[in-house]
Design a protein around this ligand. Structure first.
Ligand SMILES: Nc1ncnc2c1ncn2[C@@H]1O[C@H](COP(=O)(O)OP(=O)(O)OP(=O)(O)O)[C@@H](O)[C@H]1O
Ligand SMILES: [Mg+2]
Length: 360
């Protein structure tokens, strides 16, 4: 939202300068993190490719920065270079689109070759890489969306609230309903069955009320969708011999500090000893090979993925939650079910972006 306001019809230069200063620093941190990896990881071809993409991006940004930095507001030159930065930002977003996919495929090959993909250094690297990626993409998407908005329509202060990736009043009930609908429909396709999902909002007096907050809706959607896919699958698997499949219950409450979304299932839970593994990339009890074969053969991508099998759902969802100082925690009752708690800051002023640095 700040970016939208900063951008304004006359302020494009301000945000352009912000992008040119901030994004190269983030990219440089990631390159440093890659360079600090153990040798057995650094030699992997996929990592070399990803590093090369980051270097190209750094070059692009440093090049355009030289022109953006000395500019002043209101000149024709300024509009020209801000437009140019817009093209560069689009190119960067496109270039890095495939990062998660290439890393997943490469590491699935490692796993197949019997390598330890749960190596703590590899896991920590992936956390930092993906967290940094989330942040960089948010900033760039916000810039390109806001630029497009001002290039196409004149706007007033009120409509600034919802330009770009942020929304000032994310309607949580509507978003959860959409995630549940899509997760259940994917479940139906895979298992021909899907438990009911009940959602309650104890604070709401009638259905005309809603719980809203300021956030990036696609991030919250991602988290709820991933958790629901897991709960749906666990519930149907655990009750496959039974006549009755219990529902999944979601409770949403807005406190002064946090909005909490609790997703409770009766999918049998997991043993306590397995809990730390759940947030490891590639940890899955689904058929990994099917999922990765579909990826290799172009039958799916990370956005149109099967119900389960990559072992990315939980670690990535936790990163999305933590990006604005929220969290994702799991409490299991082995033999009964699992409760997932998603914590999100209620007030945008308390939700600072988590930025990855090479020393952190
Ligand atoms: N609600 C749950 N109940 C029981 N086990 C669960 C639950 N959620 C996750 N798990 C276990 O944790 C594993 C990892 O979950 P995660 O979402 O990270 O990966 P996945 O579902 O296997 O694959 P994908 O990346 O496609 O989501 C699952 O394979 C499953 O064994
Ligand atoms: Mg999953």
């Amino acid at each position: 939202m700040d970016v939208a306001r900063l951008m304004g019809p006359h302020n494009g230069l301000h945000i352009a300068k912000f992008i040119c200063r901030e994004v190269p620093i983030r990219i440089a941190h990631i390159i440093t993190i890659i360079d600090g990896l153990p040798e057995f990881l650094k030699v992997l071809p996929f990592l070399k490719t990803v590093r090369h993409w980051y270097l190209e991006t750094l070059d692009d940004l440093l090049f355009i920065s030289k022109y953006i930095e000395p500019l002043r507001n209101g000149s024709e030159e300024t509009s020209f270079y801000v437009r140019h930065l817009y093209d560069v930002a689009k190119r960067i977003l496109k270039r890095h689109e495939g990062v998660v996919l290439s890393i997943s495929l490469a590491i699935s090959d490692l796993k197949r070759d019997g390598q330890d993909v749960f190596d703590p250094k590899l896991q920590a690297f992936l956390d930092r890489l993906f967290m940094s990626r989330i942040g960089t993409r948010v900033v760039l998407h916000q810039f390109t969306n806001v630029y497009e908005h001002f290039a196409n329509v004149s706007t007033d202060e009120a409509s600034l609230a919802n330009i770009g990736v942020f929304e000032q009043h994310v309607d949580i009930p509507a978003l959860i309903e959409e995630a549940a609908l899509n997760a259940r429909s994917l479940m139906m396709k895979t298992y021909m069955d899907a438990p009911v999902v009940n959602v309650t909002y104890p604070q709401l007096k009638d259905e005309n009320q809603s719980i809203t907050f300021s956030y990036i809706p696609s991030h919250l959607y991602h988290i709820v969708f991933e958790l629901l896919k897991n709960s749906l699958r666990a519930t149907v698997e655990f009750h496959k011999q039974d006549d009755f499949i219990p529902a999944i219950d979601i409770v949403v409450v807005k406190g002064k500090e946090d909005i909490t979304v609790k997703i409770s299932d009766q999918g049998g839970g997991i043993p306590r000893s397995a809990l730390p593994r759940l947030f490891s990339y590639f940890y899955t009890t689904a058929n990994t090979e099917d999922a990765f074969d579909a990826l290799r053969n172009g039958l799916s991508d990370m956005n149109h993925a099967p119900l389960a099998g990559f072992g990315y759902g939980l670690p990535l969802s936790r990163l999305y939650a933590q990006y604005f100082e929220g969290d994702l925690q799991l409490i299991s009752m082995e033999g009964y079910g699992l409760d997932a708690y998603v914590y999100l800051k209620s007030l945008p002023a308390n939700a600072r972006e988590r930025v990855v640095e090479c020393t952190s």
